[in-house]
Structures are given as structure tokens and as C-alpha cells.
Write a protein of this length. Sequence first.
Length: 88
Amino acid sequence: QKPRLLLSLDAAVPEAFVLGSAEQPTVGSACHYLGICKPCAHAFSKRGCLNGVKCEFCHLCEPGELKRRQKEMRALKNAIRGIARLQR
């Protein structure tokens, strides 16, 4: 009988950044390096984000990133609508 291997997820996943550090200031910043984060609308406002490290949105994105993504999404939706009209 073969000996069984015990796999540990902790050993498989590289060391994560410490929450609240410059590399991961908020919970929502965890996916920033994968490019799938959601920018915080309040991070660069006058009052700033009131949720602190518990904010579910990314604080690492550049100012204006949320608006840029919204504009990009609108352009994509408009392009899809235009293609749908041509296929009618």
C-alpha cells in the first residue's frame, strides 16, 4: 500500500501581503495584481474612504481608474448594440 500524501493549501499558496500594508491597504485590494479588482470610488475623494482596511474595493488603483473602466464598459456596450442592429 502506497503512503498517502497530505496536501496543505498553506504550503501551496505563496505568502500573502499583510492587510493594511502598502501592498494590500484594503480587503478589496487583494485582487489588484491579478487585474480583477474593483476601484474604490471614495479612496481619492476629499473625505477619503470611511471603511478603512475593511473596504471591499481596491485602493491601489490610480485616481480616475473607476471612470476609465466605466467609459470603457459603455463603449463596449454601445459597440455590441451597434453590431446587433446591423444583424437585424
